[in-house]
Structures are given as structure tokens and as C-alpha cells.
Write a protein that binds this ligand. Structure first.
Ligand code: G1P
Ligand code: MG
Length: 216
């Protein structure tokens, strides 16, 4: 029986995955190289510092710890410039209805995100109140595909792992869900998310009850 839904943030509830890409690309360009969308896929679900390490490796650039912290902050400042322009209109289509319908059929809801900016974004888009628990980059030490973020989410909700469904747009996020012994709905393309139990283009495509029926 399904008792809880755990949602990734960037690319599932809000379109901030694009903002991360823009800000990381700008940083790479400043450091003298470029990143493309295909490489960006590998950063999804990965913490800020782990993302920076992956980008530097990709560009063949090595920096001291102090410089890395400086550049991570620069990237986050650029990212926040984009986030600060967000309003309630920036939640992805169908998200608010999906969350409300889930609650109305007794499903508990948690956030499971690698981002340290999660609460700010949920607040700006007006959906923070719909969550029973928030687990984000401030509560975990290991990036997806490690299951830590989802295990902590299930624990905070008081729900067994195998009664949880995770919603993810990242391959590493689906891997994390599987490692936590949870079911996974991939939000995006079959090509990227072939490890998910069910794939949909967005939360506006299926109702919570339909998801539960199809995934079991
Ligand atoms: C971090 C990373 C970003 C990654 C995101 C996943 O977010 O910077 O590359 O895609 O987690 O949600 P941040 O803590 O910087 O908001
Ligand atoms: Mg994501």
C-alpha cells in the first residue's frame, strides 16, 4: 500500500533545473570552457560542491578549496538572481493540484532535494504549506544516487520505505529511490529515466490515484 510521495524539487515541482544549468554554464564559461545539456544531466540531484567538482574535472581545471568555495558562492548568487524573480506562476503545470489531491486521498508528502535553496523556492512559489516534511541539502551529507535524502524523508513521515513513491527528473535520483527500496516515477523522457518504474512528462499528465494504480 502506498502511503507517501517524496518529491525532488528542481525539474519536478519547479523549472529551476534550467536556472542551475544557466548559472553553472556561466561559471564554466568564466573559467574558460563550456558545458552542454548532456553533461548537465549528470549534475542533476548532485550537491553544489559535488556539482562544482564534476564541472571542474570536465573542464580540466583544478582549484584550491578556498577558490572552490568562492566559485560555488558566485554560482549560487547568479542562481539566486534567477530564483528571486520567481512567483507563484513558476510552479510546473499541475503541481499544486497534484499535491492537494494527494493530501486529500491521505498520502503524506515530503520533499527530497539536494538543494540548499529548497525552502526559499517552496516559499516563493507558495507550496511550502502543502508539505509534511522537508529534507533538503541542509539535512544530508551524501548526494544522490545515495538514498540518504529519501530515507530521511520516509523516516520524518513515519512511513516504511516500500510504501513510498519518489518523483524524480534525474537518473541519479531514480537510482537513489531504488537504493532506498522505493518505487520511482520518472518525470521526463524514457531515454534518460529508463530506470524508473513509471514515466510521465509532468504532474499534469496523471492524477495521484492513477499513478498508484499504474505503478503497483
Ligand atoms: C544543488 C546544485 C545543483 C543541483 C541541485 C539539485 O543545488 O547546485 O547543481 O542540480 O542541487 O537539486 P543548490 O544547493 O546549489 O541549490
Ligand atoms: Mg531534479
Amino acid at each position: 500500500m502506498i502511503k507517501a510521495f517524496l518529491f525532488d524539487l528542481d525539474g519536478v515541482l519547479v523549472d529551476t533545473a534550467v536556472f542551475h544549468y544557466k548559472a553553472w554554464k556561466r561559471l564554466a564559461n568564466q573559467l574558460g570552457f563550456d558545458i552542454d545539456e548532456e553533461f548537465n544531466e549528470t549534475l542533476k540531484g548532485i550537491s553544489r560542491m559535488d556539482s562544482l567538482d564534476a564541472i571542474l574535472k570536465h573542464g580540466g581545471v583544478s582549484l584550491s578549496q578556498e577558490e572552490k568555495e568562492k566559485y560555488a558562492k558566485i554560482k549560487n548568487d547568479w542562481y539566486l538572481e534567477l530564483v528571486n524573480q520567481m512567483t507563484v506562476n513558476d510552479i510546473l503545470p499541475g503541481v499544486e493540484t497534484f499535491l492537494k489531491e494527494s493530501r486529500s486521498i491521505g498520502i503524506k508528502i515530503a520533499l527530497g532535494s539536494a538543494s540548499k535553496n529548497a525552502s526559499l523556492i517552496l516559499e516563493k512559489t507558495g507550496i511550502l504549506v502543502l508539505f509534511d516534511a522537508i529534507i533538503d541539502g541542509n539535512h544530508v551529507s551524501r548526494s544522490k544516487p545515495d538514498p540518504e535524502v529519501f530515507l530521511k524523508g520516509a523516516e520524518a513521515l513515519g512511513v516504511e520505505n516500500d510504501a513510498c513513491v519518489v518523483f524524480e527528473d534525474a537518473y541519479a535520483g531514480v537510482q537513489a529511490a531504488k537504493a532506498a527500496n522505493m518505487l520511482a516515477v520518472g518525470i521526463g523522457s524514457e531515454e534518460v529515466l529508463h530506470n524508473a518504474d513509471l514515466i510521465t512528462k509532468g504532474l499534469n499528465e496523471m492524477s495521484p490515484s492513477e499513478i498508484i494504480t499504474k505503478i503497483l
